[in-house]
Design a protein around this ligand. Structure first.
Ligand code: UT7
Length: 331
């Protein structure tokens, strides 16, 4: 029982990837594209693509189990499961309920959160609020997307960009000032169609005719998304840092959403920071949507680029439009 100010310390972390790697060369063999174009325009060399039996809850469960093991906690300790995803197993029920069952978590709440590529950053704020309010003592947050299910594999302007994966953290109530210290969340609904899957919901239900139009696949205005992403991540990172009362010099590492290396470079330039202060792994994974930030966080921790007591700045941007940044004290 935590008495006094409550914080939500990250006490476990884990990630999961599908087995199959698809290289740029493989895509270039069946599409009008090239390894050179993909690498120079995006920084991506390969991505992991889920098999039919590696659907969302399967990857989420693997990442969640790894995070619980790392935290040294039994499933029964968890009283809340949040799954941040825009590619759930089914329209309903929530994939979080499936993950709860798969992990043998005996009770508590479970729900999904849809904020596209900003899902982990949004989820961290919701999770921390639940712990700070006393509604949860130990929470599993999984961010997962199997975006390759939404892709038209004949559309070279989108299919080369995305990969699948899951990342998870366990948050526990703590009296020490650890975990999320300050955050900034934003959305601009007017930009909803800059990146969307138009059909398959209640607005445009799937029909055999509609399937012929390709509107069940993700479409994106890449140039506009690029522009909004740079501004959204840079401004929200500055605001979150100011809310924490910190300067960029105080931050050990910036972990940005991994959509495009050129976006990360432009954010770094805009903030006046060298690129080596940013964690980059999109060359191996592509854009894994909600999973991109927690997968990068897991790797940064394993590579010891984040140590106990360090401040880490997470920043993300995605469809919605949504964006957000989190200042996290690691420990
Ligand atoms: O996860 C959050 C949301 N996503 C993003 O933030 C993504 C943001 N956008 C981007 O990363 C970039 O805009 C892309 C990587 C999607 C595209 O890069 P770009 O430099 O903006 O290229 P473009 O869309 O302006 O296309 C340039 C050319 C076009 O040909 P023309 O019209 O100049 O003849 C495209 O048809 O490149 C062509 N092109 C390709 N060529 C080879 C587009 N995709 C490909 C491809 N291979 N895969």
């Amino acid at each position: 029982m935590v008495i006094g100010p409550r914080y939500a310390a990250i006490s476990g972390w884990g990630m999961a990837l599908p087995e199959r790697v698809v290289t740029n060369e493989e895509l270039a063999r069946r599409l009008d594209t090239s390894d050179e174009w993909i690498r120079s325009r995006t920084g991506i060399s390969q991505r992991y693509v889920a098999a039919p039996d590696e659907y969302t809850s399967v990857l989420a469960t693997r990442a969640g189990r790894a995070a619980l093991e790392r935290a040294g906690l039994p499933p029964a300790a968890v009283d809340m499961v949040i799954v941040a995803t825009c590619t759930p197993d089914r329209p309903f029920p929530a994939t979080a309920c499936t993950v709860q069952a798969n992990l043998g978590i005996p009770g508590g709440g479970a729900f999904d959160l849809a904020a596209a590529c900003s899902g982990f950053v949004y989820g961290l704020s919701m999770a921390t609020a639940l712990i700070k309010s006393g509604m949860s003592n130990c929470l599993l947050l999984v961010a997962v997307d199997v975006f390759t299910h939404l892709i038209n594999w004949n559309d070279r302007s989108t299919c080369v960009l995305f990969g699948d994966g899951a990342g998870a953290v366990v948050l526990r109530a703590s009296a020490e000032p650890l975990g999320l210290i300050a955050a900034n969340l934003g959305a601009w609904g007017e930009g909803e169609m800059l990146m969307a899957v138009d059909a398959g919901g209640t607005r445009l239900p799937l029909t055999p005719d509609l399937l012929q139009t390709g509107r069940q696949y993700v479409h994106m205005n890449g140039r506009e998304m690029f522009r909004h992403a740079v501004r959204g991540m840079a401004e929200s990172a500055e605001q979150a840092l100011a809310a924490a009362g910190l300067r960029f010099e105080d931050v050990a590492l910036v972990i940005p959403h991994q959509a495009n290396l050129r976006i990360i470079e432009a954010v770094a330039r805009r903030l006046g920071l060298p690129l080596d202060r940013f964690f980059v792994n999109l060359d191996r994974y592509g854009n894994t949507s909600a999973a991109s930030v927690p997968i990068a966080l897991c790797e940064a921790v394993e590579q010891r680029r984040v140590q106990a007591g360090d401040y880490v700045l997470l920043t993300a941007f995605g469809g919605g439009l949504t964006w957000g940044s989190s200042v996290v004290r690691w420990g």
